[in-house]
Structure formats: C-alpha cells, structure tokens
Design a protein around this ligand. Structure first.
Ligand code: CU
Length: 272
C-alpha cells in the first residue's frame, strides 16, 4: 500500500536511528523552554485502500460507487498531552494547516512542542469562530482569503471558511452543466452571528498509547502517523448517500456529515 511507501519516505526524511525504548519509565515533566519538532502525518485512505485521486474507484455503505477528484481540510488548534495529563497548546498563531491530497508536503503538519513524551493529541477540524472573524491581518498563510488561497476554501465574511472539501464523481450523482456526474461536499460553519445554529467546528482527540507514544526530543523528529479514512464521511451515524445528497454545503444536513467525519482519524503508529 502506498502509505507504507510514505512511511519509508518519512523514515528516510527523518534519518532516525532506531534504538530500544530504554528503561526510563518515569515520564519527565514538560519544560516549555525546551522545544523540538513534532510531525503529525495525515494519511488519507478509503477503507483499506489508499486514496488515489481521479483514478481510484470506491464504494460507500449506501452501495454507491465514487471517485474523488479533490480533498482538502483545515487542521488547527493542536494540543498534546503527556500520559500524566500535562497538556501543551501550540501557540494559536502557528496552529493552522491546510491538508491537501494533491500536495504531499501538506500532509505533514509540523509543530514545535516541549521535549517530552505524549500519549494523546487533539486538534480542531476546521477554523474556530474567533479566528474566522478576526481582522484579515490575523489571517495569514493558509487562512489568507485574498492571496495565495486559490483553492476556494473561503465562502466570505459571514460564512467563513470551508473546513472540509471533497469533490468527485459517482454514477448516482446528477449530471452537472459540464456533463459530469459530480458530487460536492463543502462543509463549514463556525457558529457565528450570521448562522448561530450551524456549527461544524469539531475537536478530535487521538490516543497514541496503543500505536506508540510520541517521544519528542532534540535532534529528532517524532512522526505521529494518522490514518484519515474518508469513507467514514459517508458511513457513520448517518448514512450519507450521494444519490440523496450529491451536494452538501451551508445547510443543516452538513452537521450530519461533520458528525460522521469526526471519526475519520485513527492513529496507526509513531516513528520515533
Ligand atoms: Cu508511518
């Protein structure tokens, strides 16, 4: 599978030397004066298959075939926690990332955290309401709605950012003017003043104990390898059918979609 190749690539990148875990079982307290890089990998998959844009054909729980042409989502507000419960919040200004399936580098989120051992991490899928309404000068980089963001992840001041965007084709989707059977899921909504009832800001917590805790040290880059199963967007509490809902944007039904995709993230392993 392709994600294994990615792992190998990651390992090569890290050029880490594997050593045994050692016997120091007592986790030291985190020291915010001593920071090192932590990498979090978002490996997009479809069930037990790697996601292949445009070429891969998949089937959802409704029995509908589909292909994916575009996948993008925002990850923000990252926190890490030690097994003893000490939590560190990455400074918010350095905590917004846009994961794009067509941009391999974007799938590795790099944050600086105190040297330490982390047993869980959490993040927001989307952009919090506070940042969504901040002055434009505070929304730079991937959040800049004016320059650089040619990927259409912004609806406008009142509606804010699109948190999760997946598009593709399916034989059960209606034919659009281009002659393609297209589906479009553009999910956002930060609970702001324009639509106070629609809020798709979702916080995801991932436990790392089973797959390997992250040991953040100087001179190394621990990589937490997450699997992101986009099939979960269709298959969950609500069975999302492409035939019934080929286009979901700023509507009440979007909360059903985000209620499903909160379960996309699982920890596979950690390269320390
Ligand atoms: Cu890996």
């Amino acid at each position: 599978m392709k994600h294994i190749n990615k792992c190998i690539a990651t390992l090569a990148l890290l050029s880490s030397v594997f050593t045994s875990c050692g016997k120091d079982n007592v986790a030291p307290a985190i020291d915010t004066n001593q920071k090192a890089m932590l990498s979090i990998q978002f490996d997009n998959i479809v069930g037990d298959k790697n996601l292949q844009l445009n070429t891969g054909t998949y089937t959802n729980a409704a029995g509908e075939d589909f292909k994916v042409s575009l996948l993008r989502y925002f990850i923000s507000n990252i926190k890490v926690k030690t097994s003893s419960g000490e939590e560190y919040t990455v400074p918010q200004d350095s905590s917004y990332f846009l994961i794009a399936e067509d941009n391999a580098a974007s799938q590795f989120v790099k944050v600086k955290v105190p040297v330490g051992e982390y047993a869980s991490l959490s993040f927001v899928l989307g952009v919090d309401s506070l940042r969504s309404t901040m002055d434009i000068s505070k929304r730079t980089g991937v959040l800049d709605p004016t320059g650089g963001m040619d990927d259409g992840m912004y609806w406008g001041w009142n509606s804010g950012y699109i948190f999760f965007k997946m598009e593709g084709t399916s034989s059960v989707a209606p034919v659009d003017p281009s002659g393609q059977h297209k589906f479009r899921y553009h999910i956002g909504g930060f609970g702001g003043y324009n639509a106070p009832t629609l809020n798709n800001v979702r916080t995801i917590t991932v436990d790392l104990t089973a797959g390997g805790i992250a040991k953040v040290r100087q001179d190394r880059e621990s990589n937490v390898h997450l699997m992101v199963d986009i099939l979960k967007m269709f298959n969950g509490t609500t069975t999302v059918s492409i035939a019934s809902n080929p286009t979901v944007m700023f509507s009440e039904f979007s909360t059903k979609v985000s209620g499903n995709y909160i379960n996309m993230f699982t920890h596979d392993h950690t390269e320390n």
